[in-house]
Design a protein. Structure first.
Length: 113
């Protein structure tokens, strides 16, 4: 399956260690389609939590999106979504542009870019 920036997916994050997100959960694809589908076999995603705890790197999704919750920028990771063990399910395409901009701004702040 081809994934584009802004796609909402459900994916198995296991195996994990420490404070990494665990189990099957929704995630937001943050890398661009050309990277995901041409340059690499990996896709960069941010898991989504249903718990809004006020963390400065948690970006709340618009309530009209297919998935509710907060995008966890600090938990961003590259994973192989083509691996059958990940059990990827496509939940929706393109979150609203305002939320995607906030997510990308927060990622930029993490890397000071």
């Amino acid at each position: 399956m081809l994934f584009e920036q802004g796609d909402l997916i459900e994916v198995n994050f296991n195996p994990t260690v420490g404070h990494e997100p665990q189990r099957r959960r929704p995630a937001l694809v943050v890398s661009v389609g050309h990277f995901n589908n041409v340059i690499s076999s990996l896709t960069v995603v941010c898991p989504i939590t249903s718990i809004a705890n006020g963390h400065p790197l948690h970006i709340e999704l618009d309530p009209n999106n297919a998935v509710k919750g907060c995008v966890c920028i600090e938990q961003m990771r590259a994973i192989d979504l083509n691996n059958p063990a990940r059990g990827v399910e496509h939940l929706g395409s393109m979150i609203d542009s305002a939320t995607m901009s906030r997510v990308l701004d927060a990622i930029g702040a993490v890397f000071n870019i």
